[in-house]
Design a protein. Structure first.
Length: 229
């Protein structure tokens, strides 16, 4: 499968194939208990945002990671009818580098592009163990993290649909939307986004970043009054 077409959709969709792992560590190590790289990622995000609350940086880091995984898988499915095998032992991550998260894939195995396959590859294969690892570092609620996952999936759909519409390839956006609808029917993701605009039902806490404001799909119409932590 040619991954280069994903680059044109946007940075969150890009995935490099690198037999050496690109200098990053396989995500399987993180999921097996080596959580230091995730702590490094949260520290990096906190420094870049000027976030004084660690749980805010942890949520933003999680949202970015979820967006990367959904974008790669959904983009591949919509464009090619298959997805790269995102086995945590083969997907490498360099957490100290720039956003969006740097990811490298060793090997070239492809999987069929069904909602079941995407759920196994992304939701169960990465988002569940990543959330478990993150919560070892910072106590962020699971409801918020599933909200991030739903929002990230909806964001990938919007970006694919916009790109496909501009290029006259509306069928790509339609395939992405259909797959996402199936994925969002799962009990953990159901209700995380609502309505045609797929507006999220929880907040990622970005408004607590100095000068952060609200995200485009935020549950709030105006930033809540901040309370001391």
């Amino acid at each position: 499968m040619d991954l280069t077409e994903l680059d044109a959709v946007g940075g969150f969709f890009a995935l490099r194939a690198d037999p050496s792992g690109g200098g990053g560590a396989p995500l399987a190590r993180l999921y097996a208990g080596e959580t230091a790289p995730l702590s490094t990622r949260i520290d990096t995000v906190a420094a870049r945002l000027g976030a004084g609350e660690r749980r805010v940086a942890a949520s933003v880091a999680h949202l970015g990671f979820a967006a990367r995984l959904w974008s790669i898988a959904l983009g591949s499915a919509a464009l090619h009818g298959e997805i790269p095998d995102l086995d945590p032992a083969r997907l490498h991550w360099a957490p100290e580098r720039s956003a969006p998260d740097d990811l490298w894939l060793t090997g070239s195995r492809s999987l069929s592009a069904t909602a079941v396959t995407l759920r196994e590859a992304v939701q169960y294969g990465h988002l569940v163990p990543f959330a478990d690892a993150l919560r070892q570092d910072t106590p962020v609620s699971r409801q918020l993290l599933w909200g991030n996952a739903g929002s990230a999936l909806a964001g990938a759909v919007r970006m694919l649909a916009d790109w496909a519409r501009r290029g006259g390839r509306t069928s790509v956006g339609e395939r992405a939307a259909a797959l996402a609808a199936e994925l969002l029917s799962h009990p953990d993701l159901a209700g995380t986004v609502r309505g045609p605009a797929m507006r999220r039902s929880t907040c990622c806490l970005y408004y607590r970043v100095p000068g952060g404001g609200l995200c485009g799909d935020c549950v709030f119409d105006r930033p809540p009054r901040r309370t001391p932590q």
